[in-house]
Design a protein around this ligand. Structure first.
Ligand SMILES: Cc1cc2nc3c(=O)[nH]c(=O)nc-3n(C[C@H](O)[C@H](O)[C@H](O)COP(=O)(O)OP(=O)(O)OC[C@H]3O[C@@H](n4cnc5c(N)ncnc54)[C@H](O)[C@@H]3O)c2cc1C
Length: 480
């Protein structure tokens, strides 16, 4: 590494590291990103994992949070090659009777599939979708005085409920309950837990307000656009450098970690008080994921062809089944019928695979660090709704929770959200503190998904961590 003085160093180049670095560089601070891997991106990388010509998203694939991010929306990323594709439907949720429900941009068209729940669905989601832009400022932010108190109060009353309770109280139709449960299961915790409704509400709302989009060419394009923009405003990036000890970074006034508590304790524990180390070490990681990538000789042969109108398909059947799988994970047992998330972006993006051929991305939730090989179980779930799927497979690659952690040190035990989204950690992570981003040591900050608002590719943890730096570091004030 060239030893040169920087105002700030960001350790890790995930969406939050890049967002933090960009926010500081926009204020004319000199900023260096140090990244362990050979390329930038964290959970936003794509590669030919199976066969030549098949581009797979290694981690994240579907990006309503990126396209709906209050911070990313302010950046000229289209000028740096980023183009989002919106499929005709955000989500398909197939059932055992061979039919499927689609979440479409139009609330009316979506609600029409929910029979007697049509009106209540409209009443819940129309106001949320109309107000997504102001709501996002408060939802994708640390706890504090909301900018839009009335909207937030209305959202909060629903969001704090358990997903299961919310669905049972509001929906009579099993299909509406199941679709909501699938969205809420992105929380990766039991759907009976308080505040899991928040995940269902946000993801359902994003389907109607923004669309569950994805970048042409692969998720790597988001990383590349962010990195190129960062460099264009004077930022510097150093790859292939794993930071092991905070002393390596003493040439910077401020260090922001796009890392989770366990790693920060190893790298900078000696700069933290014993009592804070104890608090940080109590941070809880969540369930892991088992992930598969497929190269296919044809599109997935869904029983209901409507499933091919969405880039995302939720496989789990009823709410009871999805809820049971998530409960089992929390108890340390894998499910035989897990909730499986499938992305089929190549249906709408011909740059992902050779002509006529396709890719598929799928994962299910498993207990943290589970050693169980879920590949057959995931394929069985896809076959259940798409008989003949196995005959389409040309090649495949699996990632166990341990493989994911080896790939990206932030995925502790395969936890892709930087920590469990349980009530005690969802708003106040990594510890309960007025400013969750400032570590109690001179010039040290945390900016990863282990801070509010948590997992996903939205960059808002990084943006808010950078605001904390700009508030706290007096030496920068005269210059910005
Ligand atoms: C299989 C999978 C599917 C997902 N699907 C989606 C999805 O569809 N949509 C969505 O929005 N989100 C999805 N996510 C979640 C999303 O990718 C993460 O929440 C997000 O990337 C977290 O961003 P981050 O910046 O906090 O950290 P990360 O993206 O994890 O970045 C951390 C970076 O730090 C680097 N690093 C780690 N240790 C060091 C060190 N010691 N020194 C230097 N560098 C270091 C890592 O190499 C990495 O590049 C998925 C994740 C996975 C794994």
């Amino acid at each position: 590494m060239k030893i040169q003085k920087y105002d700030a160093v960001v350790v890790g180049s995930g969406p939050n590291g890049l967002a933090a670095a960009i926010t500081l560089a926009q204020k004319n601070l000199s900023v260096l990103i140090v990244e362990a891997k050979a390329t930038v991106g964290g959970g936003m990388r794509s590669a030919e994992l199976t066969l030549p010509g098949f581009v797979h998203d290694i981690c994240s694939a579907i990006h309503p949070l990126a396209s709906g991010s209050p911070f990313f929306r302010t950046l000229p990323l289209d000028r740096f090659g980023l183009e989002f594709i919106e499929p005709p439907a955000s989500l398909a949720h197939p059932f055992d009777d061979g039919t499927a429900v689609l979440l479409r941009r139009s609330i009316e068209e979506t609600a029409a599939a929910f029979g007697s729940d049509k009106e209540i669905y409209r009443q819940i989601f129309a106001p949320l979708a109309e107000n997504w832009t102001p709501l996002a400022d408060d939802i994708l932010a640390p706890l504090g005085i909301p900018q839009h108190p009335l909207l937030m109060a209305r959202f909060g009353l629903k969001a704090l409920q358990s997903a299961r309770g919310f669905a049972e109280r509001n929906f009579q139709e099993s299909r509406a309950q199941a679709v909501f449960a699938g969205c809420a299961a992105h929380s990766m915790i039991p759907l009976e837990n308080l505040s899991t409704a928040a995940f269902g509400l946000v993801l359902n709302t994003l389907a109607h307000s923004v669309g569950w989009n994805f970048p042409r060419g692969g998720t790597q394009k988001i990383a590349d656009a962010l990195a190129d923009y960062f460099i264009s405003i004077g930022g510097a990036i150093e790859v292939n450098h794993t930071v092991e000890n905070i002393a390596e970074l003493d040439f910077a006034d401020v260090v922001l970690f796009d890392l989770t508590p366990q790693q920060i304790l190893k790298i900078a524990g000696n700069r933290l008080s014993e009592s804070f180390r104890r608090r940080l070490s109590r941070f809880q990681y969540g369930s892991g994921v088992f992930k598969m990538d497929f190269a296919l000789n044809s599109p997935i042969p869904w029983r209901d062809a409507e499933c091919s109108r969405a880039a995302t398909v939720h496989l789990g059947g009823t709410m009871a089944e999805i809820a049971s799988a998530e409960r089992l994970n929390a108890r340390g047992t894998t499910a035989d019928n897990p909730f499986v998330l499938v992305a089929q972006t190549s249906l709408f993006d011909d740059s992902r695979a050779p002509a006529g051929q396709h890719t598929a991305w799928a994962y299910c939730h498993v207990p943290n660090d589970s050693p169980v090989d879920m590949s057959e179980i995931i394929e069985n779930q896809i076959e259940r709704f798409a008989p003949g799927f196995r005959d389409c497979i040309l090649a495949k690659k699996t990632f166990s929770p341990r493989d994911l952690e080896n790939y990206n040190a932030n995925y502790i035990g395969g936890d892709i959200n930087g920590g469990a989204a349980i009530l005690s950690q969802i708003f106040t992570r990594p510890v309960a503190k007025i400013d969750p981003y400032a570590l109690p040591a001179k010039g040290l900050y945390i900016c990863s998904s282990s801070t509010p608002p948590g997992g996903g590719v939205h960059g808002m943890c990084g943006f808010h961590a950078a605001q904390s730096v700009l508030r706290n570091e007096k030496q920068f004030r005269g210059r910005i």
